[in-house]
Design a binder for this molecule. Structure first.
Ligand code: ZN
Length: 134
């Protein structure tokens, strides 16, 4: 486990706790609207597409392609080792998590590259879903 006490970590809420519990088990899940099929990320109480509150958690296959990214050299918190890559992934299911791309040098990053989830435990409670090239 990469312990770094200075790192700011997500604070699970009643709404987001199923997501973080799944990450800790090594599973990636996402909300989906039972009424219209729309995927929802980050977790919300209602569907952003049709406003239905009939949402469910469904498994993701953890695979996608790099949709957009930036390389951070000057972090907002000095606890973050630089450089690191902030990325938006286009998941195969059609949702777009904001995450980190790891195990990839900044000069090797390409839009559209295939990636898969890789879970990174950072505390007893929190495991972050990051992505790496495949
Ligand atoms: Zn909907």
């Amino acid at each position: 486990m990469a312990e770094n006490a200075a790192l700011p970590l997500p604070q699970p809420t009643a709404l987001s706790r199923p997501f973080w519990d799944a990450c800790r088990r090594g599973e990636l899940i996402v909300q989906r609207c039972r009424a219209c099929g729309h995927y929802i990320f980050i977790p919300e109480p209602v569907c952003a597409n049709c406003f239905s509150a009939d949402l469910e958690w469904v498994p993701s296959n953890g695979r996608g392609t790099l949709y957009s990214y930036t390389v951070v050299w000057r972090p907002q918190q000095p606890a973050f080792p630089v450089p690191y890559i902030v990325a938006i992934i286009e998941m195969e299911e059609g949702w777009y998590p904001l995450t980190n791309l790891i195990e990839c040098a900044p000069e090797d990053v390409r839009i559209g590259m295939p990636v898969k989830v890789q879970f990174q435990p950072v505390s007893e409670e929190i495991t972050l879903p990051m992505f790496r090239p495949v």
